[in-house]
Design a protein around this ligand. Sequence first.
Ligand code: 13P
Ligand code: SF4
Length: 318
Amino acid sequence: QQEEELKARIKQRLKEENAVIVAHYYTAPAIQALAEETGGCVSDSLEMARFGHDHPADTLVVAGVKFMGETAKILTPQKRVLMPTLEATCSLDLGCPIDEFSAFCDQHPDRTVVVYANTSAAVKARADWVVTSSIALDVAEHLAANGEKIIWAPDRHLGDYVRRKSGADILMWDGACIVHEEFKARGIADLKKVYPDAAVLVHPESPAAVLELADRVGSTTQIIRAAQEMDNERFIVATDQGIFYKLQQQAPGKEFIIAPTAGNGATCRSCANCPWMAMNELESLAAVFDRTDNEVFVDPSVGEQAMVPLRRMLDFAA
Ligand code: 13P
Ligand code: SF4
């Protein structure tokens, strides 16, 4: 009952404010369903950026983490960008402070600076390229083919994966995602003994030993696509459990098992759940237009600089 009231209130306020929800696959099922019902989007971080940029709404309500709100603001500075809470951040963003990162880049002026979308606006402004997981490998291959040497930040697991696949000359920043880093290769191998028919789908923020066991490695959208395309009836999934809502919707009848975060193959209901994505709740969404502490602002000069590699990302992915 209370949930229905909250949803009705959100729908009404979205209309009044000419606003649209831009949600990530890791948010709660109720938020993803509401975004879909109200003409918003539920997608990976690349498509969130594109949707927010292309949609005519005056206000974007970004249900995700802060870098997603900042990306939306940089790409559309004229729009109002609100978030259920600005405290929803990301361990990769936190692990790459601009002062240290900028000094690191200054020490290696011969290298092209490639940063993951999971970074602050200031870090993006210092970069030549911004990538999301869905195009990270393609961009690295493109740069390697041109003989460019790369600084890669902040995710060392994604960077390692890209280096192994592309052969690019990469100097790595030492960051990690606290969610994906927890998946255990031994636990997945044990689970495979119980379900030998299951295919393993892995997000590239996971450790190398986990990636080695993968039948497919990819961004959240690529994981969903793999589940639709592959003939398997059962999948072991190494990414945030929020994605199960979309997996079940897009590949009905198939079974999805969360990859273990313990070495003994035991799966855990509360694991693999990003604590910052979980801050997006129906309550905070219902209050999103009435608060004064949840609008995303980006310094205009930082935004202008960050727009350059972000546009490069969108053009490359087009
Ligand atoms: P995607 O770009 O694959 O949606 O990943 C974003 C993210 O934060 C993964 O942890
Ligand atoms: Fe960041 Fe990891 Fe959460 Fe994604 S799942 S937002 S990379 S902490």
